[in-house]
Design a protein around this ligand. Sequence first.
Ligand SMILES: [Zn+2]
Length: 288
Amino acid sequence: MVHTKRNALTVDVYVAPMRPFVGAPGQAPGDAPMWSPTSSTLIAGEREAILVDTLITEDQVDALAAWVRGFNKHIVGVYVTHGHQDHWIGLARLQKHFPDARGMATAEVVGRAMFETTDPRLSAYWRGSFPGELPKTPVLPEALSAQEFELEGQTLKAISVGQGDTEYSTFLHVPAAAAVIGGDVVYNRVHMMTAETDERSREAWIASLDAVAALDPKIVVAGHKRVGATDSPENISASQQYLRDFSRIVNEGGSVEDIVAAMLQIHGDRDNPRTLWHSSRTAVAKRS
Ligand SMILES: [Zn+2]
C-alpha cells in the first residue's frame, strides 16, 4: 500500500533575555532603557526547518544559531513577521550561520523594513539604540509571491492583519502544529508597546487578535515574551485586555505617572515597565 505520510511540524521557541539599550535615561524606577525579551521560533520538519524572526544584535543571533544547531536541521528560511528592526535586522548575521536561510516576508513588511533602515530618523534610532551591534549592511527579507509557502509538504500561511504594535503586521499560521507565531500582534508577560497606536488603531489591534483566536491555535508564540512563559492561547485574550485597559486608563485623563501606576496595578506582572512608561508618555503627548 502506498502511504504518503506528512509529518507534523514541531515548534520550539528561543527567547533572547531582556537587556539594556541606549536611550533617554529613566525618570523613575522601572524606566531605565531596557529592550524587552524577544523571541525567535524554530518550525521544523524531519530534516528542514525555518525560523520566524531574527532577534537583533550579533551576540543574540550567535546564541540563537548555537541553539538552532542543537536541532540538527537544514535551515531553509526565515519568516519575518513585521517591519520593526528587532525582528529582522539579525537576518544578515543569521545568514552567515545558515547560508540557505532565505529571508521571507509579505511585500508590505519588506516595504516597512526598508523604511526602517532608510528613513534617517528611524535608522538613527536603531543604530543609536544598539551602537556597534548591528550589521553594517542590512539584509532585507525578500517579498513572498504568495501568502502561503511549504515546509516538507506542509503549508505555512502568512496572515496579514495590519495592526499589531506597528502597521502591516502579520503572523504565521502553522496548521500542522495548530500554532500561530504571532510576532508583535501578541505579547506574553511583557508590557505592550503602544507608542505607534491611538485608541482607534488599538481597536484594530484587538481585531487582529480576534483573527488569531479564530484559528483556534493550541500554541501561540508572542514576539515579546518573558523567558520561560507558556506559549498558550490565553496570550490572545490577555493581550486584548491589556490594550482595552490601556485605552480606558488613558481616557481617564491622568498624567503619565497616573497611567503607569494604574496599569501596573492591573498588569504589574509583566516584564519591562520601560515600555509602559514610553507608551504612556506617547499617549499623553498625543492628547494635545
Ligand atoms: Zn518587537
